[in-house]
Design a protein around this ligand. Structure first.
Ligand SMILES: C[S@@+](CC[C@H](N)C(=O)[O-])C[C@H]1O[C@@H](n2cnc3c(N)ncnc32)[C@H](O)[C@@H]1O
Length: 273
C-alpha cells in the first residue's frame, strides 16, 4: 500500500532493488545545488545538524565533513541505504518517522530535508514540528520539487528536443501530479515553500529554483528512467496517460538525441527568530 509502512510517494520504498541506483542518481542530480546553498548559510563550527529522510546520506556526510566540530543526526524511516555512511564520531544514524517520532525541542542549528515533505500528507504539521526543533537563530532548509512546468504548461513552450517527446512526458507527469494529489502528495509543493516557511514563523526566508536540461542516456536521465516502472504501476488506471506514453518516454529517455527541461527543484530556507 502506498503511504503505509516504509513506502512513500507513488510506490517507492528503500527496500526495492533499484533504490541504491535511484538514490545515487538523485544525489548526482541535486547535490551540487544543495551543497552550495548549505555552504552559503555559513554554519558555525560545532553546529548541531539534523538531516531528515536522508536516503543514502550524501547531505549528512557533507555536513559532517564540512562543518568543523559539527554533530549530525541522520534519519530515515528506512535506514538500510545508510549502511555505507561511514560513521565517524560526529554522525548518529537514527531510524525515525518524521510524522510520528519525537524530535528534540529548541536544539538544532540546521535542519535539512530534501524530497521528503512533498510525499507526506502531514507536511504542514511536520514543518511546525521542525521549527520547534530549531534553536533560536537556527536554520531550516527544505527542498521539494515543483512539476508545474512539466505537468501543466503547454509543452511546445518548454524545452523538448525532439519536440514530440513532450507529449508523453507531459501526460505521465500530469497523471503523477493529479494522482499524487488524490493521495495527499504534492509534487508542486516546492513553489509553496517560501510562503509556508514564513507562515511557520521563520525570518530571513529566501529561496532558489533550478531546472536542468537533461540529455537522454545521461546519468541525469537515469533518475527519470528509474521512476518509470513505479509510475507505470501506480498510474495504470489514470485517464490522462496511455501505456504507449510510457514506452515512448522510456525510448526518449535512452536516446542521446533527446534533451528536455526537467523538473524544478525549489530550495527554501529561513531562520527561527
Ligand atoms: C526521494 S527519497 C530522498 C532521499 C534524500 N533526501 C535525497 O534527496 O537524496 C525520500 C526519503 O525519505 C524517506 N522517508 C519517507 N517517508 C519518511 C518519513 N515519514 N520519515 C522519515 N523519512 C521518510 C524515504 O525512506 C527516502 O529515503
Amino acid at each position: 500500500m502506498f503511504l503505509e509502512g516504509k513506502h512513500y510517494g507513488l510506490g517507492l520504498a528503500n527496500a526495492h532493488n533499484e533504490t541504491e541506483q535511484r538514490l545515487a542518481a538523485t544525489e548526482d542530480l541535486f547535490d551540487p545545488m544543495t551543497f552550495r546553498l548549505l555552504d552559503e548559510l555559513g554554519l558555525p563550527p560545532g553546529a548541531r545538524c539534523l538531516e531528515l529522510g536522508a536516503g543514502s546520506g550524501s547531505v549528512g556526510r557533507f555536513l559532517a565533513d564540512q562543518i568543523e566540530g559539527s554533530t549530525v543526526v541522520v534519519t530515515d524511516i528506512d535506514t538500510t541505504q545508510l549502511r555505507d555512511l561511514h560513521e565517524p564520531d560526529n554522525v548518529e544514524i537514527r531510524e525515525h518517522d518524521v510524522r510520528t517520532d519525537p524530535l528534540e525541542e529548541g536544539h538544532y542549528d540546521l535542519i535539512h530535508a530534501r524530497l521528503l515533505l512533498e510525499h507526506l500528507p502531514e507536511r504542514l504539521a511536520v514543518l511546525d514540528k521542525l521549527v520547534r526543533s530549531l534553536r533560536p537563530g537556527g536554520w531550516l532548509m527544505i527542498e521539494d520539487v515543483d512539476m508545474t512546468n512539466m505537468a501543466y504548461l503547454d509543452h511546445h513552450r518548454l524545452f523538448f528536443e525532439p519536440h514530440h517527446t513532450g507529449d508523453a512526458c507531459r501526460a505521465i507527469t500530469l497523471a503523477a501530479v493529479e494522482h499524487g494529489a488524490d493521495l495527499g502528495l504534492d509534487y508542486c509543493f516546492g513553489r509553496e515553500l517560501p510562503r509556508h516557511l514564513r507562515n511557520a514563523g521563520l525570518v530571513d526566508v529566501d529561496a532558489e529554483a533550478a531546472s536542468r536540461l537533461v540529455t537522454g542516456g545521461s546519468s541525469h536521465a537515469v533518475y527519470y528512467e528509474l521512476l518509470l516502472p513505479h509510475l507505470r504501476v501506480a498510474l495504470r488506471d489514470r485517464p490522462e496517460v496511455q501505456e504507449s506514453d510510457f514506452d515512448d518516454w522510456e525510448t526518449a529517455l535512452r536516446s542521446p538525441d533527446t534533451m528536455f527541461q526537467g523538473l524544478t527543484m525549489v530550495s527554501a530556507w529561513g531562520r527561527r527568530p
